[in-house]
Design a protein. Sequence first.
Length: 116
Amino acid sequence: MKGTQLGEFEELVLLIIGVLYPNAYGLKIRIEIMEQTGRKVAIGAVHSALSRLQDKGFVKSQLAEATHERGGRRKRLFQITATGKQAIEKNHELRNSLWNKIPDMALKGLNYGGSF
């Protein structure tokens, strides 16, 4: 297994896999990312992230049955592993911990273009 750090896009893909469970496959993941974030995402970027996540042991995949709608092609379905669950939980806890440590004064007035 390669490194266990999650990049921002990898974390997003991993979370979307959880949202789409049990029907998370490349194109559907791409569409969901675009709908949830408003970001334009290339399918190649999604496939690269899925490959990295699989190499890290954060997701596993299997081929679904071939369908007539897909011209007999099979979808590769992705699922979060226990290690992947631990990784997103760790990121979630870190983000919440850091958010809770920001003093109210540090964020006060930022909506109005405040400066030093």
